[in-house]
Write a protein that binds this ligand. Structure first.
Ligand code: IVH
Length: 750
């Protein structure tokens, strides 16, 4: 089963089990036998264990009583409910602090943080207007959640009225169930099951963990059930406010405490990353005795004005991070190593395992990363696992952290059979037989077959039609597999989807006579395809499945370049500089590796930027490359991969053929109301009130495009002290110029 099939099957099972559940509880008329119900539920759990990321919000595993999800009204959050970035190692915490200080232009140690437990429950946003609780909503997709107002009113930690609250107050926090209450609840379910069993009725399943119990209890259509469940709530954040709650995170949280909310007493202010890590260890040591589940520690910049300046990346705040506890472990047998070929041609080794429970989830597949990892080396040639390699038949340790793909961590040599052979990583693609090559400095081996490799081509096409991409009704993974090899109607590249109808007519309307197709379904498909000819720029770009260009990079690129032609031209123009950059990067990496081997410090004579500045490529290429990798959120990896794709003749031809079939819409710049939306601005000279990075991120979040040099497209120059040739050029060209204060006044209050 592949990813798309898993997603489809999980959707089908969710609908089927949801209906059966409603029939049973709601109408009291079971439509499935208990055995069949359990079998489907098991199948669902198995697929979820293999594809944890595909687990649905309305997963039948979380189902208790009557169906959740679609029974609830929806509430759109006025302020999005975001998630948090993760830190796993102490170094990640240092890097987090470093990033923040750099962004704010502050010396190390200048920023203080709060550190508090990360509660493993489900988040809830409760709205108060004039001191009265008016609604409560789950996080949902972050923008829209489920209306669980009536359920939330039954939680005693949540005040119904707050006389001294600001006129508008949204309190956010975590709903959870204590260990003690969880045990009692499960014991009660088992007790009630005895009676149900005696009456020949379907028994209820006990909850796998307190988080599931809390979620299942809150998302109950029958509020009477929620009322009987002992749920608790910790307040740790807020959404919309009519007035600030304080000037620091700590003050604001204490204020929530004053309103009657429970706030976590392990919350503490830390002045350095070292203090944060110390507090993390302290919380970790108390983890087992807290009486409720936590899965890490959350750090937040304490000063709310700084939080405001730091703002957000697409789905996470820059000013907070979750430091997760180490993952859960289990030992099992590695039955086989399979190689999967992804849409970018990457060969990924997958461990097929004897099923084992890790942290409450059954795991039967895990990633082995790449060939070096199997051999006992990291991607830089360093030794890992004391050099132990991994072989088929070995006894291996598997771990899972949060919802990430399970990984193989270690191997037990004492249990290795004498017959076990060292794993030899194939140098050809297991699907198309093309050479699979590994570039210097790259950890991954790639199939060179491109679109002639059936695995790459079908994976690329499946990505192309996926929900977040073209999302064509009736054209999913299954149909892609079918059409790929069709003798008359082959879909081998994205453009073929859009020529399908014409080709079908030329072939005397064959589709409607194919198995599983008829007149209606064929014409529905053609209509669905036509409907998607008009498509947003970012979506079209994301759909191409270019390495490193995910949804967020596609959005950033689209907003920066605004038209497909501009992007394509930039990719072409920047190409020579991109290649020079790659060469400089490789040279630096080579020297680093050599130095490591020889036990000396690396002689990095000059920075990559300096090497780039000197190298022999045209000024246009250099400046467009600098522009490209200077876009907030875009780095060299994205830049290289974009220029690679547009420079590869076959790939470029396929892209051009696709673009001809489409009507690509210009992206709407965000925050139309801002005075700089859609304008091109250039910063020059030094800024005193913020760093360049902050100024740029701020301008881009207001819909401006930030360019590196003055040209006739420039609308505004922000010139600080020491501005030189750019200011002169702008003056000659009659371009409006302001100083830093003028710029701040212009965007004041936005
Ligand atoms: S702060 C903008 N603090 O973790 C960030 N989140 O992985 C707002 N969570 O969706 C979240 N304990 O459900 C924050 N002390 C805590 C938390 C916490 C648990 C959850 C929350 C969030 C998720 C992100």
């Amino acid at each position: 089963m592949n990813l798309d099939q898993a997603r489809e099957e999980l959707a089908r099972l969710s609908a089927l089990l949801g209906q059966a559940n409603r029939d049973y509880h709601g109408a009291d008329t079971p439509t499935l036998s208990d055995a069949e119900f359990d079998r489907l539920k098991r199948r669902n759990a198995e697929i979820e264990a293999r594809f944890p990321k595909q687990k649905r919000d309305d997963s039948p595993s979380e189902m208790v009583g009557s169906a959740p999800a679609d029974g609830f009204g929806k509430i759109t959050h006025r302020v999005a409910m975001l998630s948090l970035g993760n830190a796993f190692e102490d170094d990640d915490v240092l890097a987090f602090d470093d990033r923040i200080c750099k962004y704010l232009g502050q010396p190390r140690g200048a920023v203080s943080y709060t550190a508090e437990p990360k509660i493993d429950g489900l988040s809830l946003s409760i709205r108060y207007e004039k001191g009265e609780m008016v609604s409560a909503a789950t996080r949902g997709d972050g923008e829209t959640g489920e209306d669980v107002t009536a359920n939330a009113r039954t939680i005693s930690d949540i005040p119904q009225r707050i006389p001294m609250a600001p006129a508008v107050l949204e309190v956010r926090g975590e709903v959870y169930m204590s260990h003690a209450d969880f045990e009692v609840l499960n014991a009660r379910i088992l007790e009630e099951n005895k009676a149900l069993e005696a009456a020949g009725k379907k028994v209820k399943t006990v909850f796998a963990n307190p988080r599931n119990a809390a979620a299942g209890s809150l998302r109950q259509l029958d509020v009477r059930v929620t009322k009987e469940r002992p749920l608790q709530f910790f307040a740790y954040a807020w959404g919309e406010l009519s007035e600030p709650l304080g000037s620091t995170q700590m003050e604001a949280i204490s204020r929530l405490g004053g309103f009657g909310f429970t706030i976590n007493d392990l919350t503490q202010i830390c002045d350095t990353p070292e203090a944060m890590i110390t507090h993390y260890r302290r919380i970790e040591a108390q983890r087992a005795t807290l009486g409720y589940d936590i899965d890490g520690v959350v750090y937040k910049v304490n000063d709310l004005a700084l939080q405001g300046r730091l703002g957000f990346r697409s789905t996470t705040p820059r000013w907070a991070i979750a430091h997760k506890f180490p993952a859960e472990l289990a030992w099992t047998k590695l039955e086989a190593i399979d190689i999967q070929v992804g849409r970018t041609g990457a060969l990924s080794p997958v461990a097929r395992l004897a099923p084992v429970t890790v942290g409450g989830v059954v795991v039967s597949n895990a990633t082995l990363h790449n060939e070096d990892y199997i051999a006992g080396r990291d991607s830089k040639g360093g030794v890992i696992r004391e050099g132990k390699d991994i072989r088929e038949g070995d006894w291996v340790q598997v771990y899972r952290a949060g919802d990430v793909i399970p990984k193989v961590a270690d191997v037990d040599l004492s249990k290795r059979s004498d017959a076990a052979q060292r794993y030899v990583f194939s140098e050809t693609c297991p699907i198309c037989g093309s050479p699979a090559v590994r570039e210097e400095g790259d950890a991954v081996r790639y199939c060179t077959g491109g679109m002639i490799c059936a695995a790459q081509a079908t994976e690329k096409l499946k990505h192309f039609v996926a929900r977040k991409a073209f999302d064509i009704e009736g054209l999913g993974a299954k149909q892609i597999e079918m059409f790929y090899d069709d003798p008359d109607l082959a879909i081998r590249e994205p453009a073929d989807i859009f020529t399908l109808q014409t080709r079908d007519r030329q072939n005397l309307n064959k589709l409607k006579n194919r198995k599983g197709w008829g007149d209606q379904s064929a014409s529905n498909l053609f209509a669905a395809i036509d409907e998607k000819r008009k498509i947003g720029f970012a979506r079209a770009l994301f759909s191409l499945g270019i390495r490193h260009i995910g949804e967020s990079a596609a959005k950033d690129l689209a907003l920066h370049f605004m038209s497909w032609e501009a992007l394509a031209t930039a990719a072409e123009t920047a190409r020579p500089a991109a290649l020079a950059w790659r060469a400089a990067d490789l040279a630096e990496e080579r020297e680093r590796l050599l130095a490591q081997k020889e036990g000396r410090r690396a002689r990095v004579k000059e920075s990559r930027d300096a090497a780039m500045a000197k190298c022999d490529v045209g000024i246009a290429a250099k400046s467009v490359w600098a522009e490209l990798i200077g876009i907030d959120g875009i780095g060299a990896a994205v830049g290289l991969s974009l220029t690679d794709a547009f420079a590869n003749p076959e790939e470029r031809a396929a892209i051009d053929r696709l673009v001809q079939e489409l009507d690509i819409e210009r992206p709407a710049p965000p925050r139309q109301e801002s005075p700089v939306a859609g304008k091109t601005v250039v910063f020059t000279g030094s800024l005193e009130k913020m760093t360049r990075a902050e100024a740029k991120a701020r301008a881009e979040s207001l819909g401006a495009k930030v360019a590196g040099s003055v040209s006739k497209k420039t609308d505004l120059l922000i010139a600080g002290p020491g501005a030189g040739s750019k200011a002169t050029k702008a003056a000659e060209m009659g371009i409006e110029t302001v100083d830093e204060d003028g710029w701040l006044a212009l965007i004041d209050g936005l």
